[in-house]
Design a protein around this ligand. Sequence first.
Ligand code: NCD
Length: 314
Amino acid sequence: MRHLLGIRGMSPEEALGILDEAPRYQDVANQPVPRVPILVGRTVTHLFMEPSTRTQASFQLAAKRLSAEPLSFVPKSSSLNKGETFLDTARTLASMAPDIVVVRSGESGAPHVLAREIPTAQVINAGDGISEHPTQALLDAFTIRKHLGRIAGVRVTIIGDLLHSRVFRSNAHLLTMLGAEVRCCGPPTLLPPGLDRLGVRPLLHLEEALEGAEAVMVLRIQHERMHASVIPSEREYYREFGLTMERLALTEGAIVLHPGPLNRGVEISSEVADGPQSVILDQVRNGVAVRMAVLAEIARSSPRSRSGREGADG
Ligand code: NCD
């Protein structure tokens, strides 16, 4: 795996390889020492052009635990023509010959541009526009498998603003590729076209979508990516699509996932978010181990490792 730009383009073997590898890092992931020397002497550049709390912290920790040289590159993504600014940023970064670049951007396709513009770099997509968020999907799949023992055949229901959600798109690709049965539900104006092609079954009524589910993934309304006119009021949304205890009771004791940030009383009730079926904080914990596994896998196929300069980890 030279880059991780999306789940699309990944094989089931590659995805399962990451999920199988992640438990090795779980002990190290959540404590400061000992570190694993896999990325000694390599820079991991965190290029975050959109706000991020969990993902950024999680990647930073993962890189640190693998002994990388962390580099934070915070460009001014504000006023100017965004395309130009980003290309300039990519070229500036390229002149530093970075090893691994973790990128988050509001523009779909930004990680692909970096991969093209920076010949030395291996690029990991930490969320691009409405396109993909592959490491989130990998950590979600890891969490599902950890709690339910399998992914193939698991009945997963995804609720929310699917149209603007990169988390949804990456999860739809990954979960269907690994044989899960994926249903979804949300306001009709926020359901993307082509769900059938993705292998996901859309249902109009939440009750029907939840019936028999073993895992429920709740996604927030992505206000920043839409026009005011298509947004239902928070109250309306909660009444129709909010995950409450009463609705959760329709499932087969499903685990509840949410990538964060959470809007309590909008897409999920506090009772559910903090309740015994919620694995939301475990997702955050697992995120570090899964990202360590991704970084380690990427490092193994680095051009530097292949040239033999890096020795044993190649
Ligand atoms: C998600 C994102 O940024 O795409 N959050 C995250 O990575 N933890 C989901 C979201 O913003 O709703």
